[in-house]
Design a protein around this ligand. Structure first.
Ligand code: Q46
Ligand code: ZN
Ligand code: ZN
Length: 314
């Protein structure tokens, strides 16, 4: 297989785009694509202060790399969750983020949940009823809270995450199976900020996971290969596998599903759900972050309960 642009040996064949590229041309193609999406969906501009949520994986480190190559000012945020799972997952992923930041002269903010809140995510999950002992519910809640707090306190304009097309299509598939119209109305490349909630953007939302993985490999980015051990058995992984089988039979199916959804949404298919009564936000009585609940936000309630149970068990 030869590169469409120069005729050298191709390192990737993207059947869905009918495009094969050599290493150097592929390394240019990915930032070109990302810039096209950043501009098309008006994610941010040259002066924006961007905070990139980095996990140590290929997508988030790849995104941080691409934003730097495109000349944007982007700092990184790593959240230490204290997940070990026998593999030292958190420690290893933090090392990857720190090494990347150091090698590229970038600023990385590290928030260690155990240090700040008093327990790791798995310990907190075992001490609450939230998620029936599975850490993902407390983890998601905590990550959203920390990301918003750091972005707001640091005066950032936007929070960028490394979600790729496969992630987005798996979420879309799940929301469609459940006709979750409220979630469908909000899903997209940009989630506008409001009332103290930071604006969120996904510059890789139209890149296949295969493409982001190839970018990290060809570019020589050292990333953590392992998934979080708690992701095993997640419904989203089952959806991804199912969608991959469909994609193998019909190249381009994932991208066309996502683009057709964005068109339908733009044409107002979910407008009713989006325009429905928007929950009004107020400041949490403890941390001041926006919440729909009266009084304390879910994050403060959860972590107060964790600390109370820790005191009882001492
Ligand atoms: S939520 Fe669950 Fe992830 Fe947190 S505990 Fe791991 S799998 S990291 S995206
Ligand atoms: Zn080439
Ligand atoms: Zn709060």
């Amino acid at each position: 297989m030869k590169c469409r642009k120069c005729g050298d040996r191709a390192v990737i064949n993207m059947r869905q785009h009918k495009l094969a590229l050599c290493g150097p041309h592929f390394l240019d193609w990915i930032p070109d694509q990302a810039l096209r999406f950043i501009e098309k969906y008006r994610m941010f501009d040259a002066d924006s202060r961007i905070l990139v949520a980095v996990s140590g994986g290929k997508d988030s480190l790849g995104l941080w790399d691409v934003l730097g190559r495109l000349g944007f000012q982007a700092d990184g945020l790593y959240i230490g969750l204290g997940i070990d799972g026998g593999t030292g997952y958190s420690a290893e992923s933090q090392r990857k983020c720190e090494a990347f930041a150091e090698a590229h002269g970038l600023h990385l903010i590290v928030v260690d949940v155990a240090e700040v809140e008093g327990a790791t995510i798995p310990t907190a999950a075992s001490l609450t009823n939230r998620g029936r002992g599975k850490p993902c519910s407390v983890c998601g809640l905590t990550k959203r809270h920390v990301m918003n707090r750091v972005a707001r306190d640091g005066g950032y304009d936007v929070l960028a995450t490394g979600h790729n097309l496969d992630d987005e299509v798996a979420v879309l598939f799940g929301n469609t199976l459940n006709w979750a119209s409220g979630y469908l109305a909000r899903q997209g490349p940009v989630l506008e900020g409001r009332d103290g909630l930071i604006r969120k953007v996904k510059p890789f939302c139209r890149l296949y996971e295969r493409e982001t993985a190839a970018y990290a490999l060809v570019r020589g980015i050292e990333y953590i290969y392992d998934e979080c051990p708690h992701a095993v058995g997640a419904t989203s992984i089952y959806y991804k596998e199912t969608l991959n089988r469909m994609e193998a039979d019909r190249p381009g199916m994932k991208l066309s599903f996502y683009l057709a959804f964005l068109r339908a949404r733009q044409q107002g298919l979910f407008a009713e759900a989006a325009d429905g009564p928007t929950d009004s936000l107020q400041a949490c009585s403890t941390c001041g972050q926006p919440t729909t609940a009266p009084g304390q936000c879910a994050f403060c309630r959860t972590w107060d309960a964790v600390r109370a149970r820790q005191r009882v068990s001492v």
